[in-house]
Write a protein that binds this ligand. Structure first.
Ligand code: ATP
Length: 303
């Protein structure tokens, strides 16, 4: 073990899926996915401090929607890491939350990855990266990507990652009132898919080429989310948000992951500000956030 710091803060990005291809439901209920993830510069910060027992606090605009018990993914990460190391999860975790909750931007997953890295440093464990990634996959399908960041193709349940090349892109996110449960959106996907043959999910070569080129117009033409119809079926008013962003000058729009956050690809920072203003004026969303991609994965800030 190396010297143990008194506190460790980890910064972790949200994600947007530029392609989310969903296969038919498997016998275990999960779906095979071809998921092209981009980490975006919208961050939570998790600070781990030595304490007598595992406790969690959370601040931020959505803090009241974050569970502060052992169901919080940050707490689960600390417990799993401590159990593997044969120690008590004696840590206080503070989450400074900026990623929308239940918004399809992997906020809980981000906190799980951040807490894992923070506790690993706090406890001086130096857990090998491959083992940290295993724990992330155990915590949830989107958690490994939160650790890795950048841009990646996720296959399997989305947890088997291959890095992909990506230029810089600018985004506006519209935060909706209330969340959408990811399992409920998948159930709606299954209901809408009944009686249809669902093709094997595959990453689109045209999308990957557009991503690598950094050409926002080309990427805009390729954005695809197979969960969008299900999210819109559960939350029809999101169609108005999508239309308001496009009318406001976005190159393209889509539901982020399982929603209800909507994502707008824009040409540059100036355009991002205009689109955000148009979305706010439209009254079709609760708030907007401007971000760029790709962003670094979970990173230790202070220790
Ligand atoms: P994904 O994009 O991975 O499907 P999401 O962004 O839609 O996830 P989260 O913000 O991760 O959704 O929240 C989903 C649910 O997880 C919340 O409603 C909450 O009950 C629970 N949860 C557990 N840990 C956290 C956390 N650290 N932050 C937010 N929600 C959490």
């Amino acid at each position: 073990m190396s010297a143990q710091p008194a506190a460790v803060t980890v910064r972790v990005p949200a994600k947007v899926n530029v392609q989310l291809a969903v296969g038919a439901a498997r016998p275990d209920g999960f779906h095979d996915l071809a998921n092209v993830f981009l980490a975006v510069s919208l961050h939570d910060e998790v600070t781990a401090t030595a304490a007598d027992t595992l406790t969690i606090t959370c601040t931020g605009p959505d803090a009241d929607q974050v569970p502060l018990d052992r169901t919080n993914l940050a707490a689960r990460a600390a417990e799993i890491l401590a159990a593997r190391a044969g120690i008590e999860p004696a840590v206080h975790l503070h989450i400074a939350k900026n990623i929308p909750v239940a918004g399809g931007m992997a906020g809980g997953s981000a906190d799980g990855a951040a807490a894992l890295l923070a506790c690993d440093a706090l406890w001086g464990l130096n857990t090998p990266r491959a083992e940290l990634l295993d724990i992330c996959a155990e915590l949830g399908s989107d958690v490994p990507f939160s650790l890795v960041g950048g841009a990646a193709l996720g296959t399997g349940r989305g947890e088997l990652l291959t890095p992909v090349e990506a230029g810089t892109f600018h985004w506006v996110f519209a935060v909706a009132d209330g969340g959408l449960s990811t399992p409920a959106v998948f159930r709606e996907f299954d209901r809408l898919a009944e009686g249809r043959r669902i093709p094997e999910p595959e990453a689109s070569p045209a999308l990957l080429a557009a991503l690598a080129s950094g050409d926002a117009d080309a990427l805009g033409a390729e954005l695809a989310n197979d969960l969008q119809a299900a999210a819109l079926s559960l939350r029809p008013q999101l169609a108005r948000t999508l239309a308001a962003g496009v009318e406001g000058g976005a190159l393209a729009a889509l539901v982020s992951g399982s929603g209800p956050t909507t994502a707008f690809l824009v040409a540059d920072q100036e355009s991002a500000e205009k689109v955000a203003a148009a979305l706010e004026a439209s009254g079709t969303c609760r708030a907007t956030r401007i971000a760029s991609s790709p962003a670094q994965g979970a990173t230790v800030l202070l220790s």
